[in-house]
Structures are given as structure tokens and as C-alpha cells.
Write a protein that binds this ligand. Structure first.
Ligand code: HEC
Length: 426
């Protein structure tokens, strides 16, 4: 299939993933997806089975007595799974049950040294199961149900809980260090170099320092809940899946949104995983199939697939100013006059306008009472120092555009694009 015909199919199917169905065969929704270091895909389904895929051909791993909720791979590439039957299972040549929780198993994380598999459950326990020799152990109580677990390279375990805490266990014997008290259940985690990204029930999508918990970036939109995250270190891509069926891709070098698209016709994105080269995103949800999204194909739409006028244009051929806008602003701001459902105020007629004055938009108090007038200089300053410094207290996300030329190009683009008269009928 050529890139163009793939694009046309995507466009014809109103940007849902139907045509990219690759992993077909499960008899129920898909709650978990994982990819082994060698690129093998595993899926966890309501149909009580784990699917282990060689290309598009499944092998079914049967053993759970209820829905399989989570799946993963050990560092040796052996599938592991947990389910609604409270069991944690190891597959491979000698399949066995590693042990049981007292509630639904929701999270699995293999330790980087390959010695143990950590499991978390709604029962509020985190257990460590030895993968070779040794006996099982339990961590100090996280104080609530566990929704997500991940190890960093140094063997520290991060946990997200149903009462909204992001915890860090520095060793199996330590009491957990509360990194973040988010307040709403933390559903999912992803770890990068010195940072932790988490997604929450209220739609909170944040990145914090792994040592201190200090906020690095905030990608919270008007979507909730956030259900799945995956990170690929090679391409520096962080994928975020939500309850409204969108997948957003974030560039973790610039902390900007590069892609955002509706991946499910209806229903949530429960599970995400990258292929080892970071070029394919696997996603699971209410459908009986797992989807494989080639990131290169999404580039043609990127970013701001939703309702953006030029979403079918290749980002590579856009003038720099427009590309800056599409990459960094379009996801939250409309340019055309008229109602907009985006998270930020409409930018139509921006230049010469007093800050905080789009009628019907719920600004934060600081912008509402502001005497800033938006012009070339103030918009430049906003992204030179970042909204968090320029208007402290604004709910606009932290974001800096460090290149002076990029800011100038963006402003030149905005000056025309925010003035276009949409009434013109010629
Ligand atoms: C993740 C969402 C998001 C992104 C991305 C984003 N903004 Fe915003 N923006 C907001 C929100 C929310 C507000 C309202 C802030 C408030 O009320 O405190 C806002 C406010 C503004 C304002 C003030 C508007 C007014 O009416 O006073 C300007 C100007 C602006 N953004 C420009 C931009 C530009 C240019 C970009 C890209 C470089 C951008 N924003 C990226 C969410 C975003």
C-alpha cells in the first residue's frame, strides 16, 4: 500500500483505525498490550486468554479463570500476565502461576535485573515474585489500590494508586516516598530519563522529576480519564491513551505534542505499547482487535488531526510558522471565528485584544483580570520565558519556544491566520 492510498483509506474511514487492524482473533475487549525486546506482541483480553502474536498469527495462552487485565514480558522475553482471577502467571516453556492477590491484578513490572516480577492489585498490595529462585515478598503498603507499576533502570519501583498518589520505593525494604499527591486516581505511568509521566482519572497528564516530584510538563486536556501510557526512549516518544479514544504523542525532548488522533471509533484506549524501533504504536480497547498504528503515517496528519483545516497536508512542506502552530498550539487553540471545543481560548482576532476576553471561555482568574494586550511583543515574551513565568497562575501549560526565529515565524503565521475573515464567501 502506498503512503497516499493509506492516507485516503484513513481519511475515508473518518480517521479510525479499522483499516489498520492487524491483530484479530480475541473474543473480547483488549485490556493489555506489551511488546518484548525482540518485537513480539502480547495481548490481554476479556476472553480469559493472552494472545501471543507472530506477525498476525495468534497463539492463545490459556490458564486464567477470568478476564486477563494486564500483560508484560520479563527481561528474558517471557510473557507474564495478571487477571480478574487475582492470579499472576508466567508463561514460556514452563507455564505456571506465580501467586495470587486478594483482588484484581492491575499492574505488572519486571525488575531490570530480571530477578523478580512486581505485581500490583486493587487489594492494595504489591508483591514481588521471584522468577528463578527465592521466595515471594511484599512491599510496604501503598495505602490504596494499585493501578500502575514501573521500575527505573536503577531498580527503584514507582507505583500509581487509586487514591491519587505517585509513590517511589527506593528498595524492597523501604517505605514508599510520596512523589506526587495528585488527588485523583493515578491510572498509568511511564518512566524516562529522570522523569515520570502519569495519567489520572480526572484527565491529569503530567510529567514530574523522578527525584523530587517537581513538575516538568503538564499536558492535561479536557479528556478523561487517562488510561494508558507508553514510552520509547530511542525516538523520545511518549504515547498517551484516554477514555475518549484518543492517542496523543508527545516529543519528550521538546515536551511538545506531535500527534493527536482518534484511535478508537468509540470507547477507551486501555492499552498502549511501542514496537522496539518506536515506529509502531499498538493499542487495545473495547474492540476485539488490537491496532497497530505506524507513526510515520500519522506524521502526515500531525498534529491536531481533530478539525484542523490543513490536517491532510504533509507537515514537512508547511512554512515554519504554521508548523510551529500545528505542532505546539493547534491541539488547544482554534484560529477560525466561531465556537470551539478546544482546551484553550479561540485565538481569532488575537492581535490587539486584551488578555482574557474571549466571551464564554472560562479563563483562570489571573488572565481574566489581566491588563496584557496581545501583540507581537507580548506573544513573543509569552513563549520566550514560558506562560508559567509570563503569567504565573495561568492554566496554560508550561512551554518555551527557545528559537527566536521560530517565535517570529509563529507570530507572523498567527497574525494572518487569526485575522482571516471566515465570512468571505468567494
Ligand atoms: C495544552 C493546551 C495548550 C497549548 C498546547 C497551548 N495553549 Fe495557549 N492557552 C491554553 C489555555 C488553557 C489558555 C487559557 C489560560 C488561562 O485561562 O489561564 C491559553 C491561553 C493562551 C493565550 C491567551 C489568550 C487570551 O485570550 O488571553 C494565548 C495568546 C495563547 N494561549 C497562545 C498559545 C500559543 C501561540 C500556543 C502554541 C505555541 C499555545 N497557546 C499552546 C492552552 C494551551
Amino acid at each position: 500500500m502506498t503512503r497516499l492510498s493509506a492516507l485516503l483509506i484513513l481519511a475515508a474511514s473518518s480517521l479510525t483505525a479499522q483499516e489498520f487492524t492487524t491483530l484479530k482473533g480475541h473474543g473480547g475487549p483488549i485490556m493489555g498490550v506489551a511488546v518484548s525486546p525482540s518485537g513480539q506482541v502480547a495481548t490481554a483480553s476479556f476472553d480469559n486468554s493472552v494472545g501471543l502474536w507472530s506477525g498476525r498469527d495468534p497463539r492463545w495462552l490459556e490458564g486464567h479463570a477470568a478476564a486477563v487485565t494486564v500483560v508484560g514480558f520479563t527481561t528474558q522475553g517471557i510473557p507474564v500476565s495478571g487477571g480478574d482471577d487475582f492470579a499472576v502467571r508466567l508463561w514460556g516453556d514452563h507455564p505456571r502461576e506465580l501467586g495470587r492477590h486478594k483482588g484484581k491484578v492491575t499492574a505488572l513490572a519486571p525488575s531490570p535485573d530480571g530477578a523478580v516480577l512486581a505485581s500490583g492489585s486493587w487489594d492494595g498490595a504489591i508483591h514481588l515474585w521471584p522468577l528463578a529462585d527465592g521466595s515471594a515478598a511484599s512491599l510496604a503498603s501503598p495505602g490504596a489500590g494499585v493501578n500502575a507499576l514501573a521500575y527505573d533502570g536503577a531498580g527503584r519501583l514507582f507505583a500509581g494508586t487509586s487514591n491519587g498518589a505517585l509513590l517511589r520505593y527506593d528498595s524492597p525494604a523501604s517505605t514508599p516516598f510520596p512523589l506526587v499527591k495528585h488527588g485523583f486516581g493515578v491510572n498509568t505511568l511511564a518512566l524516562g530519563d529522570g522523569w515520570v509521566a502519569y495519567g489520572a482519572v480526572d484527565g491529569g497528564t503530567r510529567v514530574v522529576d523522578a527525584e523530587t516530584g517537581a513538575q516538568i510538563a503538564d499536558f492535561t486536556l479536557d479528556r478523561r480519564p487517562i488510561l494508558a501510557m507508553a514510552y520509547d526512549a530511542e525516538t523520545a516518544r511518549l504515547a498517551v491513551g484516554d477514555g475518549q479514544g484518543f492517542i496523543m504523542v508527545i516529543d519528550t525532548v521538546t515536551w511538545s505534542i506531535t500527534h493527536d488522533f482518534r484511535a478508537a471509533r468509540e470507547g477507551p484506549v486501555w492499552a498502549l505499547a511501542f514496537s522496539p524501533d518506536g515506529e509502531t504504536i499498538y493499542a487495545g480497547g473495547l474492540d476485539d482487535v488490537a491496532y497497530a498504528w505506524p507513526v510515520a503515517l500519522l506524521d502526515a496528519f500531525a498534529p491536531g488531526i481533530e478539525g484542523q483545516r490543513s490536517f491532510l497536508r504533509d507537515a514537512g512542506t508547511m512554512p515554519n510558522g504554521e508548523r510551529q502552530f500545528m505542532r505546539k498550539c493547534s491541539i488547544c487553540h482554534a484560529l477560525d471565528d466561531g465556537p470551539s471545543r478546544k482546551a484553550g481560548p479561540n485565538l481569532h482576532g488575537l492581535f490587539g485584544r486584551r488578555a482574557g476576553t474571549v466571551r464564554g471561555y472560562g479563563y483562570s482568574p489571573i488572565l481574566q483580570g489581566s491588563d496584557i494586550i496581545w501583540d507581537e511583543r507580548s506573544v513573543d515574551a509569552l513563549f520566550h520565558v514560558g506562560p508559567d513565568n509570563f503569567i504565573p497562575g495561568s492554566k496554560m501549560p508550561m512551554q518555551v519556544i527557545s528559537g527566536a526565529q521560530d517565535r517570529a515565524d509563529l507570530i507572523a503565521f498567527l497574525k494572518t491566520a487569526t485575522q482571516q475573515d471566515t465570512q468571505e464567501g468567494e
